[in-house]
Design a protein around this ligand. Structure first.
Ligand SMILES: *[C@@H]1O[C@H](CO)[C@@H](O)[C@H](O)[C@H]1NC(C)=O
Ligand SMILES: *[C@@H]1O[C@H](CO)[C@@H](O)[C@H](O)[C@H]1NC(C)=O
Length: 356
């Protein structure tokens, strides 16, 4: 209404209010509505859902506030699909086949407050995709194929309240990616194949801080390692990840290993082949087995040591006992020739003579 009023000369509008009202109504009813959509001119909602669309209709009214494109067959969108729709507040692209979103797709939607991309085939996001949405409050990325969230994706979303990453293929998240979300109140993370290892430790700290601040998290159940399967990461004591600092030390001495993104994340998908020989993926579980091996060696060493000490003690005791016995016998023998044998002979002779 404000825009329309600006378009007409003020005096004319004041002079004939009725004419103005009529012309306004005419202007509204004359707003082109795409043939494949229904338009509500009072709520400025354009509903193009469930029409089997494979592309966005080109003639969306420029003052549209809500655009519903859910339940269609959209698979790729050109970067300028929503150009000039600067009044758009809500955009729903759920239940399509969207895969890759061009980084400039949402560039002109500076008033967008709600974006729904639920149930598509999005496997990765451009880190600049959301950079010109300063008013975005709700973002739904659930039921997609995301295996990672690029750092920097949430850098310019100061008003985001609600975020869903449910039902993706996330194994790990970085704390720094989520730190800029200063208004976040609720986050959904459930139904992802989380790996509760060192890579998730800093994000665990972020979750603790987020909960402390009053934020709500649905769940974060571990899939790996096997010992933690089904447990919520928040209940895993941080001591269980105490070897992480050792690992970080190792990594910092070999910094080339860290920034290799295709290796560190998202390559445990069943469809994908084994990670390459250079991937640190495999090494991630090594510390536990190394610790186990070291433990075994220590226990074996202690047992062997105890047995050895016992044997030495036994041998020493044997030697001392033997030498004492030998000495005793020697002394006994020394005395025997003086008073033992002659007396014995004499006594025998005496007994013989007395008997006789
Ligand atoms: C248009 O939107 C208004 C406000 O949301 C609603 O009350 C009305 O029923 C809608 N009209 C149609 C035809 O859907
Ligand atoms: C949309 O904006 C572009 C420039 O960004 C302009 O060239 C074009 O004419 C506009 N289209 C409409 C329908 O206003």
């Amino acid at each position: 209404m404000r825009e329309a009023r600006r378009r007409f000369p003020r005096r004319w509008a004041q002079g004939s209010f009725l004419a103005c009202w009529l012309s306004l109504c005419a202007a509204k009813t004359l707003l082109p509505c795409p043939s494949s959509c229904t338009c509500n001119t009072s709520s400025l909602e354009v509903d193009c859902s469930s029409r089997g669309l494979t592309s966005v209709p080109p003639d969306i009214p420029l003052d549209t506030r809500t655009l519903l494109l859910l339940n269609n067959r959209l698979s790729s969108l050109p970067g300028d699909s929503f150009s000039n729709l600067s009044s758009l507040h809500r955009l729903d692209l759920s239940n399509n086949f969207l895969d890759q979103l061009p980084s400039e797709l949402l560039g002109e939607l500076g008033n967008l407050t709600e974006l729904r991309l639920r149930n598509n085939s999005i496997r990765s996001l451009d880190r600049d995709l959301l950079h010109q949405l300063p008013l975005l409050r709700r973002l739904d990325l659930s039921l997609n194929g995301l295996s990672q969230v690029p750092s920097g994706l949430f850098d310019d979303l100061p008003t985001l309240h609600w975020l869903s990453l449910r039902s993706n293929r996330l194994q790990s998240l970085d704390r720094v990616t989520f730190e800029p979300l200063s208004s976040l109140q609720q986050i959904q993370l459930g139904d992802n194949p989380w790996e509760c290892d060192c890579n998730l430790r800093d994000f665990k700290h972020w979750m603790e801080w987020f909960s402390y601040r009053g934020g709500k998290i649905d769940e974060l159940q571990c899939t790996l390692p096997k010992e933690l399967r089904g447990r919520d990461m928040r209940t895993v004591p941080v001591e269980m990840l105490s070897y992480c600092s050792q690992l970080e030390d190792e990594n910092s001495s070999a910094p080339a290993e860290r920034p290799v993104p295709p290796c560190t994340k998202g390559n445990l998908a069943p469809s994908e082949p084994e990670p390459g020989p250079d991937c640190p993926q495999r090494q991630r579980y090594r510390p536990a087995s190394v610790r186990r091996a070291i433990g075994t060696v220590i226990i074996a060493g202690v047992v062997c040591g105890v047995v050895c000490i016992m044997m030495v003690v036994a041998a020493a005791y044997g030697c001392i006992y033997a030498s004492l016995m030998a000495k005793y016998h020697r002394e006994l023998k020394k005395r025997q020739p003086l008073m033992g044998d002659p007396e014995g002979e004499q006594e025998e002779q005496r007994q013989i003579s007395s008997v006789a």
